[in-house]
Ligand binder design. Structure first.
Ligand code: C5P
Length: 298
């Protein structure tokens, strides 16, 4: 097979700078308003296109090796959309983003497969078409088609690109547990719904190219998760005690993040936390430019 039909692709994680839960919808999902931000922590995929008609995937995390892996399902979904029985692919997935962490790792893998196979197979679908396909796989997938900084609405499938947020170092601290998104949303009562003001303020600041006021970072799911899971509450406390300007949960948790404007501060916090009860990473924001799939040589 020609090497021109193979690509390495990075599947970046995300954090939610804000996550407003506006209410519950008739379809059982929650109506969201969220500013999502792609970050440098990423899985790596090697994707080889072929004409075998088959799609195969191996993953270095055996727990993610099954047919229900979102990346594998993304490949089959795109192939079905094309209606071309000859299209095939081999996918190798190296995980680095923790699963069930609130960082969108599985969703990002799926989006990376959609954009990359779209290019390698020459399917020619535009971003809106790929986002619509992605929404069928999961609420977070559409964001990762373009990545960068975006306003997310609806159940997650309505993506409005924003200007790139200011560059920030992002400290990630994760208790060694995984949380189910469905369970976390299921525990949220109407008293925990928010009005979208936090998201509006952050969208406005980004639109004016102003620094984000860290006090505006908010997550409607965080109070309930911190009450139910003391280790998430402890993670916030540890980050603040280590000098973080603010500590917020990402998505449905349990990962907590702290934004830092100076590397020295981020390094100091990292040094205090590493080796303790939390898994820690020092990442940074990434722009949507890193999401464009390079076209292979023909
Ligand atoms: O869309 P996805 O399959 O990733 O969502 C997982 C679960 O999270 C849903 O089944 C639902 O219980 C919950 N969810 C929600 N509202 C959203 C997104 C997800 O209630 N906007």
């Amino acid at each position: 097979m020609s090497t021109a039909r193979s690509l390495f692709v990075a599947a970046y994680a995300k954090i939610n700078l804000t996550l407003d839960v506006l209410g519950k919808r008739d379809d059982g999902y929650h109506a969201l308003a969220s500013v999502m931000q792609a970050i440098s922590l990423h899985d790596t995929l090697l994707i080889r296109a072929n004409t075998s008609g088959q799609i195969a995937m191996v993953c270095d995390d055996p727990a993610l090796h099954g047919d229900d892996n979102l990346a594998l399902r993304a490949a089959w979904l795109l192939k079905a959309e094309t209606g071309d029985a000859r299209l095939g692919a081999e996918i190798e997935l190296r995980k680095a983003v923790p699963v069930q962490a609130g960082l969108g790792g599985g969703s990002s893998d799926a989006a990376a497969v959609l954009t990359t196979l779209n290019a390698l197979w020459g399917s020619g679908y535009d971003a809106a078409h790929l986002q619509a396909l992605g929404a069928r796989l999961g609420s977070d997938v559409p964001f990762f088609i373009r990545g960068g900084t975006a306003l997310i609405e609806g159940r997650g499938e309505l993506v409005t690109p924003l200007l790139d947020a200011e560059p920030l170092w992002i400290l990630l601290a994760k208790p060694r547990t995984g949380l189910s998104t469905a369970a976390v949303f299921g525990e949220l009562s109407p008293a925990g719904f928010t009005d979208g003001a936090a998201t509006r303020r952050v969208v406005e600041a980004i639109g004016r190219r102003e620094p984000i006021a860290f006090g505006d970072l908010a997550n409607a799911l965080e109070p309930g998760v911190r009450r139910a899971f003391p280790e998430v509450d402890a993670a916030c406390t540890l980050l603040l005690a280590a000098g973080a300007p603010v500590a917020r949960m990402s998505g449905s948790g349990p990962t907590v993040f702290a934004p830092c404007r100076e590397l020295a501060l981020a390094r100091a916090i990292y040094a205090k936390l590493v080796g303790g009860p939390l898994d820690v990473w020092l990442a940074h924001t990434v722009t949507s430019r890193l999401f464009s799939v390079p076209l292979p040589n023909s």
